[in-house]
Design a protein around this ligand. Sequence first.
Ligand code: BES
Ligand code: MN
Ligand code: ZN
Length: 496
Amino acid sequence: MDIKVEQGSIEASAADTLIVNLFEGVTTPGGATGALDRALGGAISDLIAGGDLKGKAGEVAVLYPRGAVGARRVLVVGLGKAEAFDVEGVRRASAAAIKRARDLNAQHVATIVHGAGIGGLDPATAAQATVEGALLATYRFAAQKQREAANEIASLTIVEYDAGRLDAIRQGASLGEAVAGGVALARDLVNMPPNVATPTRLAEQAREIAAARGLAVTVGDRAWAAERHMGAFLAVAQGAGEPPAFIVLEHNAERSDLPAIVLVGKGITFDTGGISLKPGDRMWEMKSDMGGAAAVLGAMDAIGRLNLPLRVIGITPCTENMPDAAAYRPADVITASNGKTIEIISTDAEGRMVLADALVYAAQYEPAAVIDLATLTGACVVALGSGVAAGIFCNDDGLRDSLLAAADATYERLWPLPLYDDYRRSINSEVADMKNTGGRFGGVGTSAVFLREFTSYPWAHLDIAGVALAEKPGDYAPVGGTGFGVRLLVEYLRRL
Ligand code: BES
Ligand code: MN
Ligand code: ZN
């Protein structure tokens, strides 16, 4: 779907389908909806008066102008109550309207920016959310596209009457396009089967991003990791049939004058549990265990495209976790790259192992902040639910506040969880500096204090186990990979 921005009146648009909006309780529409209503001889006001259109959030009314304007159809999307309206309402309204347009086989759609009128949002933010809602809602995974030809909208044109707002709308729209592109990339990677989205494939993807966006890229293999004494990463990789890849992408690599922000993503391309084998039931879901890596790669793509004035490093330690004659085993003692030793209790606690060496590696950038994203624990899903929020652990109040603000703005929700030292005691080991799992309780907390052992800078850990893969369709996301984290990370970085 091509995104365009034009100055003019929506009723004069050459598109086959027009989208306008309505707040709940409004009886005489104003602005662009009002202008279109007048061009239609009051057809929209009639629908409202007759009770057929209420403006409820998610509601979409379809009208057929039959020559009153150039377009074949008009969609009026409800924005809900003005008091409860926010930028998430824009994404949802844009998504609801575009999905209906697609189902009606619209080809060229024109829309107004939702929420910039009486909604009170600034035009750039509203345009970004309008574009994100439309692009994210119409996302489909490539393999589905091959199987069935479905309706596809060719273009979406944002029409704005006020020339003074055009620049802001253009900026917001291209920001939305870049971000939605990063989300689509992350969703694709999670949706790919694990025999396709291998560490090698993720490395190829990183090289493509680097070439397209002008980033520096390093892909470390087993020997590279061994030179760097990455015993924890290599322990997980030693049972893998697929070669591992320790991927590093750098935006503004040479700019040591800029503060460095490091993004780390867990890249387990399939998690069988290893020798501590998982039950077979729903094991397929563990193809999403590289959701953190996918989010980091998607974010790096958007960051490069937007050319953000920051130094950003994306690190994704990638390997599968397999049972094998060569696999690491419970009772093994492993030395990570900072010299700390780890007694393996469960080979299924592999995410913290690969992250340990990645977090140690991050320190060389003397980062202002390190943010890791990982589908780390089932315990986090038990605590916060599936598809609700990611858990955030953070050792720095300012960093936590900034991430929570970005979470609020993007609706990629984060809920703070504590880094209590009590959790640290539960991973005390008789034979090593720590065990890789604690007891039965507080599994999300013990995983976070384990990671803390490998950090030496302001750090946030986001446990995205419950939000990387969706079982149910969302307002602007189909079932499958969600791309959770891409929008959040880009928003956080943009606000710096
Ligand atoms: N990848 C899993 C966590 C997970 C669970 C992600 C459900 C998404 C949905 C992780 O590697 C894992 O196996 N964690 C174990 C840790 C335990 C062995 C301490 C878990 O949560 O059971
Ligand atoms: Mn596991
Ligand atoms: Zn895992």
